[in-house]
Ligand binder design. Structure first.
Ligand code: ADE
Length: 240
């Protein structure tokens, strides 16, 4: 998969692209990340990419021409152009899966007070990573690159993410590792029992209970499988 980032600040990505799973996936050729410096498309001698807003007001607005020319320099039939924007659709794990199927993702990072509204007519969608305002889209694009890369075949083992939080609208069950007793804080006995069916049931129950407690909104939307319904019954009967 190819990801192209359109930004004024490519230097922000340096350590991010060299570390951990993203770095390894780039080295292995599972994903490639390239950059377009939007400023390279400015025509005036001072390479301006922004100007003051029509109608007055604080801050600067990114201009249509350099941004749209930057998009056109890399867009092909296979490209999916995403604008990072606090007003966009909320990013979710489902969207990460959808993006991981794309051949070429173009991530457009705005800066300053925003972008000329006409630019949004030239993108495929606008995405927000949460209800807060960042100084620019760069961190949001890193969130997308990170979450999409780990879903690509060969990046990490599928079982490392298939049970995870959000994969089935439930939060992940708690994990423990050595030692089994840390200063008197013990790992649940069931996890040391070697009984795989019991461990599976316990994990499913924990996942359901944690979601109910921490994310009642997700829990309310969840469609329960037969197995989960059986687990809930066992919880009600005090058997789990
Ligand atoms: N740019 C500024 N704030 C943002 C947000 N919350 N999500 C995506 N892009 C942004």
């Amino acid at each position: 998969m190819r990801i192209t980032v359109l930004t004024l600040f490519p230097e922000m990505y340096e350590s991010f692209l060299h570390a951990s799973i993203v770095g390894r996936s780039i080295e292995r050729g599972i994903v490639s990340v390239d950059f377009v410096q939007i400023r390279d498309f400015a025509h005036d001698r001072y390479r301006h990419v922004d100007d003051s807003p029509f109608g007055g007001g604080a801050g600067m607005v990114m201009k249509c021409q350099p941004v749209l020319d930057a998009i056109d320099s890399v867009r092909t039939e296979q490209s999916h152009v995403v604008l990072m924007s606090p007003r966009g659709t909320q990013y979710t794990q489902k969207k990460a899966h959808e993006f991981s199927e794309k051949e070429h993702l173009i991530l457009l990072c705005g800066h300053y007070e925003g972008l000329d509204e006409r630019i949004s007519r030239h993108v495929d969608e606008e995405i927000s990573i949460g209800d807060y305002v960042l100084t620019g889209g760069e961190l949001a694009s890193m969130v997308i690159i990170d979450s999409v890369t780990r879903l690509l075949k060969g990046s990490i083992k599928e079982d490392s993410w298939s049970d995870e939080s959000y994969e089935n609208d439930l939060l992940e069950y708690p994990q423990y590792t050595q030692p089994a007793d840390y200063n008197g804080e013990k790992v649940p006995d069931i996890l040391l029992s070697g009984n795989h069916q019991k461990i599976r049931e316990w994990r499913m129950a924990q996942s359901l209970l944690l979601t109910q407690k921490h994310r009642p909104d997700l829990y309310a939307k969840h469609t329960f499988t037969r197995e989960e319904e059986k687990i809930l019954k066992k919880i009600d009967e005090g058997k789990l």
